[in-house]
Design a protein around this ligand. Structure first.
Ligand code: SF4
Length: 449
């Protein structure tokens, strides 16, 4: 039985400082009782309180890590069922599976795919690891594959073998990379769990269905290991979706500890497009690791974009910092564009300025991450505010002219902006896509002083 909010409140510092997120200790206690917060969010909580609160202080889904250094994959720690309730915390790790027999140019090609980084609207999209499956049945082949992979990528490792001796041989070479071990089953769990504990590596517990998985977790935790990831063993898509939904609900609503761990999912479809649809379901509900077969970016980018969207905070639009941005080799004669600090708006403008081949400055005004028309309608993109930003940004020290380009959608602000800023205001195109033609028509010789 979990503690009530009032019982938890008695152990909190009662400073009502708001550092934990909610404005008061009581509100924080209520969030803890509902499983929507972690005690770690309060920096002033005492060790005695941590001990007293026990399970109530643990996140409903345990925090598990694999990988090393800057390439650690953080799993779990989720506190809500639906993203719109608050936010999802640790993005799903997407891991590419390879057989342990893969070598030479084929292995190099896979690793190049795994290491790729794609930038979109200021965000980096990348894969998170390699899962090596022991198809050879040979311990040395498996260990060699693990070694070779660690030489070619710094991303995380998932080692797939139910043979404890084979796993132990590979760990002798690569345990410093803290791989995720797959899997402890009803047949091998005692030894596999001991191996995980010895090397401080998380272990996947794979059951045969939801109930059997929960029972197996009970036996494993009785062995003193809570560094776990779950696999219910089902591979049928509708059944796995039902399992994962049940796991998330039981962990968060009922605080059912045996299922309070991150989930690993495996795709089954052989067609890459179907595989990506399958993987998308797992990313949305509720896998922390998805193991895929394809490594091609033309297949994976949609999945990574979906992950990026799901794991952003719905209460905070993606924003860029309001400051002066230089695009290309700017000079004091380069034009100046003003826009808003909504990422999609800013990067649309930046991309089109680049395409125009006319170097320019861009000033994204702080609008709480809203687009031009939305910000204008909400009173966040006014002539006074733009004028103030032109002044405070220091752009006047970087250019010899006093001319600024205003988005065409808010042409209505041009007169007032000219008055408030003292700069000549030129109404630019409505859409960013109009910038190349606009810039080539007006600014190829720069802006006259
Ligand atoms: S950070 Fe701690 S002391 Fe401050 S309001 Fe939250 S629970 Fe209270």
């Amino acid at each position: 039985m979990g503690l009530t909010g009032l019982e938890i409140y008695k152990h909190l510092p009662k400073k009502n400082c708001g550092k934990c997120g909610p404005p008061t200790c009581l509100a924080f206690a209520m969030s803890l009782a509902a499983g929507k917060a972690s005690l770690d969010s309060c920096p002033d909580v005492t060790d005695a309180a941590k001990e007293a609160l026990g399970a109530a202080s643990a996140p409903p889904i345990a925090a598990i890590k694999f990988g090393f250094g800057d390439y650690v994959n953080k799993l779990g720690e989720e506190t809500v069922i639906f993203r719109h309730e608050k936010t999802f915390v640790n993005p799903t790790s997407v891991v590419v599976e390879i057989p342990d027999t893969l070598r030479g140019a084929q292995l190099d090609e896979k690793m190049a795919d795994v290491n790729f980084v794609f930038e979109r609207v200021g965000l980096q999209y990348n894969l998170n690891g390699v899962a090596i499956r022991n198809v050879s049945g040979d311990a040395e082949t498996f260990a060699e594959a693990a070694r070779l992979v660690t030489e070619k990528t710094r991303h995380g490792l998932v080692l797939i073998s139910e043979d404890v001796a084979v796993m132990e041989r590979a760990l002798a070479d690569v345990s410093r990379r803290v791989p995720l071990l797959y899997a402890a089953t009803a047949d091998n769990y005692e030894k596999m769990i001991e191996l995980g504990k010895k090397h401080s590596c998380p272990v996947v517990v794979r059951g045969n269905g939801l109930d059997a998985t929960a029972q197996l977790v009970g036996k494993v935790t009785a062995q003193g290991c809570k560094n776990l990831v779950l696999d219910t063993g089902n591979r049928d898509l509708s059944q796995t979706l039902a399992d994962y939904t049940m796991i998330r609900r039981l962990a968060i609503k009922r605080k059912f500890r045996p299922l309070g761990y991150p989930i690993i999912a495996f795709t089954t479809a052989s067609d890459p497009r179907e595989e990506m649809m399958e993987a998308s379901v797992f990313v949305a509900k509720y896998a922390s690791v998805v193991v895929v077969k394809t490594s091609k970016r033309e297949h994976l980018l949609s999945l990574l974009a979906l992950r990026g969207n799901i794991y952003t905070d719905p209460q905070k639009p993606i924003q860029v910092e309001p400051k002066i941005y230089e695009v290309g080799q700017v000079t004091p004669a380069s034009p100046v564009y003003v826009t808003t600090n909504f990422s999609l708006t800013y990067f649309s403008v930046e991309g089109e300025v680049q395409a125009s081949r006319v170097p320019a400055y861009i000033l994204p005004v702080e609008t709480d991450g809203t687009s031009v028309l939305t910000a204008w309608a909400a009173g966040k993109y006014t002539a006074d505010k733009i004028a103030e930003f032109i002044k405070s940004s220091g752009i006047a020290d970087r250019v010899q002219h006093r001319e600024v380009v205003l988005p065409g959608y808010v042409a209505v602000l041009s007169g007032k902006l000219q008055e408030a800023s003292g700069w000549k205001v030129v109404v630019g195109p409505r859409e960013a896509s109009g910038i190349p033609a606009f810039a080539k028509g007006r600014y190829t010789q720069g802006v006259p002083a």
